[in-house]
Write a protein that binds this ligand. Structure first.
Ligand code: SAH
Length: 561
């Protein structure tokens, strides 16, 4: 099963007026103006999704006030004080302003001063609940939630909804109303409607179907059936149509299946013509049902336009998934935006305590956070998959890259036992690359990464690989060089390398790369001292051509002169 999802990048602009603001602005990964702030903000107001203004809150409020229109369309605005100590979102908090402030604070080492009520009270905000679309009187209901009232939640689906009862003794308050539904229900005054991502549209089309055909048909079908388009979370089709404009123009994530997969699904309206043409008696109905998962119900049977068909299925449970997320070596700046998105949009964050702490800034009230002890990798993986199978979106966090001596393999191997929930591997900056950048360019030519942990690999195999690398004269990065119980392996590996390259070959140890307490030690194969190495260290041994230039470790790329 394949799926794809595109999320447009927001346009963020930072503006400074002082020299110090300029220095801080240049540290951020956004477009940056150093100029007359008022002019720039007025000129760019319509274009950008967010501003980072290096000025006092007072200046920003005066500047932005006259420009404010609607909460739904105004850009987010955050300010950073002159000393770079505080980042204050002043508007658009739930349009990304709070997260923008947290991102900026992370990079500048400042504190995000988030003042939206739900965040302060640790309450799940209605308008940022991942996967759900909120409309109606969000402000009124939020006020009640913040004041500790329990809302009456009415749901037309048996889906789990967040529990907003901070105080279980309070009776549900009948006039604080939240309606969870995928039907077209206009919110009454004092009401919030939450549309869950419960609907899947199946699309069949001929190869020459006009781009707008399915879109028009879908709108008509939804209106007739009284369903909300905000609940349509995915479009499902046959593999050969997955990239056709008629499907992609729906602007939804696409899931596609082979004809063989579709042919296994029982549908109310099979077609002999379709069977003889593509090898399955149904595309729209079968794809919708298949993508909507176990227990799904076909709530709109196949409807036809001249070149396309659509059908709509409703999921019995939410679509669970596992994102195996690499957090990079430690520094917030080295965490990818993709990792940040995966964690923010998860229901559950699970990982070894130390890594979960590393994403504290990304966790909000809607997250369930599970800290597991080191070593219990299998338990962690099973827990993640079990919850995904039950409909939760799980972010399983690892350090560095999840595919480098980490959890991605285990999750992919065990997923079939749990009905194959979607597994997403979110890459990260691995320790060897972060360390190499700190050291200079020691891995600039062919190199190897070897884990010296013999927990999962017999030591003879590791010796064979170290010997091969030694003979091949490649630079090498040793992961897991040492632990409290494993202390001899590193010396043995160094001895093997010493037999094949000069005693003057540079060796570097990087402890806690990009984390607090980062340290580096340079030595050579002859003078190497393993006592500085611990389990938070990476050891890089150069090839015979590696040199130290101005204190940096450099492996020439071997392009002659
Ligand atoms: N998935 C991780 C590796 C996990 S194995 C990655 O891609 O980086 C754990 C080993 O990685 C540690 O024993 C250490 O050798 C190395 N490591 C991870 N983060 C490190 C860091 N910030 N500094 C130095 N070494 C690190």
């Amino acid at each position: 099963m394949t799926s794809s999802l595109t999320i447009p990048d927001p346009t963020i602009l930072s503006v400074s007026i002082t020299e110090r603001g300029k220095v801080n602005g240049n540290k951020l990964p956004y477009e940056h103006f150093h100029c007359k702030m008022a002019e720039a903000v007025r000129r760019e107001w319509q274009r950008v999704d967010g501003f980072v203004l290096f000025c006092s809150v007072g200046i920003a409020v005066r500047l932005v006030g006259p420009l404010l229109g609607s909460k739904a369309t105004d850009p987010a605005v955050v300010t950073v004080d002159e000393a770079g100590r505080f980042v204050v979102p002043i508007c658009g908090g739930h349009r990304g302003g709070n997260n923008l402030a947290r991102d900026v604070a992370g990079i500048l080492g400042a504190e995000a001063v988030v003042t939206t009520a739900t965040d302060g009270a640790g309450i799940t905000a209605l308008d940022t609940l991942p996967g759900f679309h909120a409309s109606g009187d969000i402000a009124a209901i939020t006020r009640r939630l913040v004041d500790g009232q329990r809302p009456a939640v009415v749901s037309t689906l048996e889906w789990p909804v967040p529990e907003w009862n901070a105080d279980a003794d309070t009776e549900p308050n009948e006039d604080a109303f939240i309606v969870v539904t995928d039907q077209q229900v206009p919110p009454a005054p004092g009401q919030v409607v939450l549309n869950p991502p419960s609907l899947v549209v199946g699309v069949g089309a001929s190869s020459d179907a006009p781009a707008t055909e399915a879109d028009r048909l879908l709108r008509r079908v939804l209106a007739q059936a009284g369903l909300s388009e905000r609940s349509v979370s995915v479009v499902a089709t046959i593999d050969r149509r997955a990239n056709d404009p008629v499907v992609t123009s729906l602007d939804l994530p696409v899931v596609s299946f082979t004809a063989e997969q579709l042919a296994t699904v029982e549908v109310p309206n099979p077609s002999d013509v379709v069977m003889s043409e593509v090898g399955t008696a149904s595309v729209a109905e079968a794809a919708a049902l298949l993508a909507a998962g176990p227990g799904a119900e076909l709530i709109v049977e196949k409807q036809k336009a001249s070149a396309a068909t659509v059908a709509i299925a409703r999921r019995a449970v939410p679509q669970g998934s596992v994102s195996v997320v690499g957090l990079g070596p430690g520094a917030v700046e080295m965490r990818t935006p993709q990792a940040v998105t995966a964690i923010r949009s998860a229901d559950v964050v699970i990982g070894y305590t130390y890594y979960v702490d590393q994403v504290d800034d990304l966790c909000a009230a809607h997250h369930e956070v599970i800290r597991s002890p080191i070593g219990s990798e299998v338990d962690r993986c099973v827990e993640a998959l079990r919850r995904a199978a039950a409909g939760q979106r799980v972010a399983l966090v690892c350090s560095g890259d999840p595919g480098v001596f980490a959890m991605a393999t285990l999750v992919l191997e065990r997923a079939p036992e749990f009905g194959n929930p979607p597994v997403d591997v979110v890459g990260g900056v691995t320790a060897s690359l972060a360390s190499a950048a700190i050291l200079g360019a020691p891995l600039a030519h062919d190199h190897a990464m070897i884990s010296l942990s013999d927990l999962l690999t017999p030591w003879e195999h590791i010796v064979r690989r170290v010997t091969a690398v030694a003979e091949a004269d490649m630079a090498v990065a040793f992961y897991n060089p040492k632990s409290q119980r494993r202390v001899t392996q590193l010396d043995e590996a160094i001895t093997i390398l010493s037999k094949h390259r000069p005693g003057t070959t540079p060796v570097a140890v990087v402890v806690n790369a990009t984390r607090e307490g980062e340290r580096t030690f340079l030595s050579t194969l002859d003078t190497f001292d393993a006592s500085v190495v611990d389990m938070f260290s990476l050891v890089v041994v150069g090839s015979s051509t590696t040199q130290i230039i101005n204190g940096r470790m450099v492996t020439p790329r071997g392009y002659g002169d």
